[in-house]
Design a binder for this molecule. Structure first.
Ligand code: PEP
Ligand code: MN
Length: 321
């Protein structure tokens, strides 16, 4: 971005005012004849153009057009999941099992989740599995079970949609459609999900640049999604002590620079239940609007992701903190 000055402006005074806004500047070189101004360094604080234009002596603000204007346009605005606002200041907790396993299990989960004070029930009926021999979910029938369980306890539903063929069925039963990490750049799916007209929880791909993630959000918004919540769930790491590396720098960047609604999934980041509490607190400190966690009626019997599932007591304690 660069800023040009009015002919009568005092460059020193303007520069001091710009620095006061958090902008780090360098005198503009190679400017057109007669132009005086500053380059704004890329890692300056994000400041809306109207605030820069209000500085006495500033003539114009120039910036290369953004590649994700629709994402930029939702900056600072909450995304509504039914009557639950994500990004309005109050932290949101979404919780439930990794997989919907039976009608009884999801009803029990909904009851306990609601009892803990959670407003949004999570659970997958279509499971993306690394091995083709793993449990791939109960399928479409689970959507009806989840909806009934949620309604019985006044909860909203978030669930993953894995294929274009299931978008309509999922959109009929869930307030929030989840696009999983493995599908973050499945552009045909993003288009179909965006066209469903529901807000979307967009997981970050496990090796995705932040810019790729923002552009995936742009695909959803361009297709018609009313809002996108970005969900950091950890990226590939070289260590292996935790399942994924929770990138809190990306969370801070999305919240404080791009001003986007952002959730953290500490369950898939850590892969172990004992770190969910500290990582959740760290997520909120970094600027996250809330967390989405896995919990199960009997974690030792969970068909997927048992080691990272909280018990109900642990979930209640998490909400407390
Ligand atoms: C999930 O939330 O159940 C899931 C599979 O997450 P991710 O796409 O982040 O791996
Ligand atoms: Mn899981």
């Amino acid at each position: 971005m660069w800023i040009t000055l009015r002919p009568e402006a005092d460059p020193g005074e303007v520069r001091a005012a710009l620095q006061g806004l958090g902008l780090w500047t360098q005198p503009l070189r190679g400017a057109q004849r007669g132009q005086v101004g500053f380059w704004v360094q890329p890692h300056s604080k994000a400041v809306a153009h109207e605030f820069i234009l209000a500085v006495p002596g500033v003539a114009e603000v120039h910036a290369a057009p953004s590649e994700h204007p629709k994402v930029d346009a939702q900056a600072g605005r909450p995304v509504w999941v039914g009557d639950v606002a994500v990004g309005a200041g109050r932290p949101v907790l979404m919780a439930g099992p990794c997989s919907v396993e039976s009608e009884a299990q999801i009803h029990e989960a909904a009851r306990r989740v609601a009892q803990a004070g959670v407003r949004v029930l999570r659970g997958g009926v279509f499971k993306p599995r690394t091995s083709p021999y793993g449990f791939v979910g109960v399928g479409e029938v689970g959507l009806a079970w989840m909806r009934e369980a949620a309604d019985a306890h006044g909860l909203k539903v978030v669930t993953e949609v894995m294929s274009e063929a299931h978008v309509e069925a999922v959109a009929q039963r869930a307030e929030l459609l989840q696009v999983g990490a493995r599908n973050m750049q499945n552009f045909a799916l993003l288009k179909a999900v965006g066209q469903a007209g529901r807000p979307v929880l967009l997981k970050r791909g496990m090796a995705a640049y932040v810019e790729d993630w923002l552009l995936a959000g742009e695909h959803l918004l361009a297709a018609g999604a009313p809002g996108v919540i970005f969900c950091e769930r950890g990226v590939r790491n070289f260590d292996g002590s935790t399942r994924n590396l929770l990138d809190l720098g990306a969370v801070a960047l999305l919240k404080h620079v791009h001003r986007q609604p952002v959730l953290v999934d500490p369950s898939h980041s850590a892969g172990r239940r004992d770190l969910i509490g500290p990582l959740s607190r760290a997520a909120l400190a970094a600027g996250a609007d809330g967390v989405i966690v896995e919990a199960h009626p009997d974690p030792s019997q969970a068909r997927t992701d048992g080691p990272q599932a909280l018990s109900w007591d642990e979930l209640a304690a998490l909400l407390e903190t």
